[in-house]
Design a protein around this ligand. Structure first.
Ligand code: GLY
Ligand code: MN
Ligand code: MN
Length: 450
């Protein structure tokens, strides 16, 4: 049976062609302190292509590669894995390892080696290829890859084989694949979104003046794990009162007060796929008039953007729509004065809306894939990429009035609102994967009272 992982490798092979190899490396393990490591999460590319979740792994896809066995017999090694070997002593402490044989038997590798053999074997695998697909930036591994290419060059020069002269970023090949989600991938994303919906609803239910932000964070985490999510897709943001205006707030240690808004930006990861959702609600269960006005402004911008999503529309178009609606609302609220179009041109909204309206979503919360493509802006120019069916984006406008935002009337200061949903582009429009989470004023107030 072909696994989705094998199908992805075949697809990669057919898009890179017979003269290009590709190398993917597990996330490096990192010490937290002393002998304690940070939790390991496999690199998304490695997992996408193999389903293998152990550290110290290198995956080589190399259409030209052949390896000789002990008797000198050659066999194809189009897909080679370097992995941690079996180690009964270490497995007592850290748990099961698939080992070299498991990599072949259970993960379909043509060849597999102890990771310790990488430096010796990699030049041999890369020989015969003109280019290598590799995401540079992992300093320790960059050096090892360049050393292997140099070695391949030295030896292949002598026996008439090509050696790589170019590095190609995966954004040109693999990330085009990751950008468009298959049915299997969407199943995982839907599950991630359903669990996240449950978590946000529970947080709204239990929040009240006197609750600590970390209690809400704990409820989110409990809901994620209870339903089989491996982990949050990113650090949960639970910001009450003025903390809601801090975009990457992470302390989550304040006590909710009567009259606060609470902004929760949290989503779980399920089967290596992320969800990314923000809701903002009143701690007491009822919006004040000012909070309601700001919330309605953000909600209208968000819904106007979601309504627009269909193939052909760009994330640039969506951001422009968000900015247009928010600017009009800032005028209505008396926070800005002047001509709406001029204000948009001057980016007068920026002190209160300083981030983009969305991003790709997938295995990574800020998922891979090019945002700009050549063409739309004219010859030689890059333009915003038109959306296509199977792509998933977030739509997450907000308005933030910090406590020191002197350009806003005082009644707005300390208010932060963001509303974020996960949107799948379909053949004719879109599907909101997180529509089950209360969002209108009435729904939110009802959920807080539930
Ligand atoms: N939670 C990260 C983001 O919304 O982009
Ligand atoms: Mn978010
Ligand atoms: Mn987001």
């Amino acid at each position: 049976m072909t696994t989705p992982f094998a199908a992805r490798r075949e697809r990669l092979l057919s898009s890179i062609g017979p003269r290009t190899a590709a190398v993917f490396v597990a996330t490096p393990t990192a010490i937290r302190n002393n002998d304690v490591e940070h939790d390991f999460r496999q690199d998304s590319d490695v997992f996408y292509l193999t389903g293998f979740d152990e550290p110290d792994t290198v995956v080589v896809v190399a259409p030209q590669a052949t390896l000789k066995d002990a008797e000198g017999k050659s066999s194809s090694a189009r897909f080679t894995m370097f992995v941690r070997p079996k180690d009964p002593e270490r497995e007592i402490w850290d748990g099961f390892r698939h080992g070299v044989d498991g990599a072949k038997k259970d993960f379909g590798a043509d060849a597999a080696f102890n990771i310790e053999e990488l430096s010796r074997r990699l030049p041999e695998l890369l020989a015969g290829h003109d280019a290598v697909v590799y995401r540079w930036g992992n300093k320790a591994f960059d050096d090892r890859l360049f050393a292997a290419i140099n070695m391949a060059r030295r030896t292949s020069g002598r026996n008439g084989m090509a050696a790589p002269t170019r590095i190609i970023d995966p954004v040109e090949v693999l990330y085009e694949h990751r950008l468009r989600k298959s049915r299997d991938e969407l199943d995982s994303m839907r599950r991630a979104c359903a669990i996240t919906a449950e978590a946000h609803k529970r947080a709204m239910q239990i929040a009240k003046p006197g609750t600590y932000e970390f209690e809400l964070e704990a409820v989110l985490l409990e809901t994620f794990r209870k339903h089989g999510s491996e982990r949050p897709a990113y650090g949960s943001i639970v910001g009450s009162g003025p903390n809601a205006t801090v975009l990457h707030y992470r302390r989550n240690d304040r006590k909710l007060e009567d009259g606060d808004l609470v902004l929760i930006d949290a989503g779980c990861e399920y089967g290596y796929y992320a969800s990314d959702v923000t809701r903002t609600f009143p701690a007491s269960g009822k919006f004040t008039d000012t909070q309601r006005a700001v919330y309605e402004a953000v909600l209208q911008a968000q819904m106007a953007c979601i309504d627009m999503v269909k193939p052909g529309v760009t994330q640039g178009d969506l951001h422009n729509k968000a900015v247009e609606v928010l600017t009009k609302k800032l005028l209505d609220l008396g926070i800005l004065t002047g001509d709406a179009e001029e204000l948009v041109k001057k980016e007068a909204y920026k002190p209160f809306y300083m981030h983009k309206t969305g991003h790709w979503l997938g295995m990574d919360v800020h998922d891979v894939g090019a945002y700009f493509v050549p063409g739309p802006g004219g010859e030689g120019k890059m333009g915003h990429r038109p959306l296509e069916p199977g792509m998933v984006i977030t739509i997450e406008p907000g308005l933030y009035f910090g406590i020191g935002a002197e350009s806003a009337p005082e009644r707005f200061r300390g208010i932060g609102v963001r509303i974020e949903d996960d949107i799948l582009v379909t053949d004719n429009g879109h599907e909101n994967l997180t529509s089950a989470i209360p969002k209108t004023i009435e729904e939110v107030e009802r959920a807080c009272r539930a």
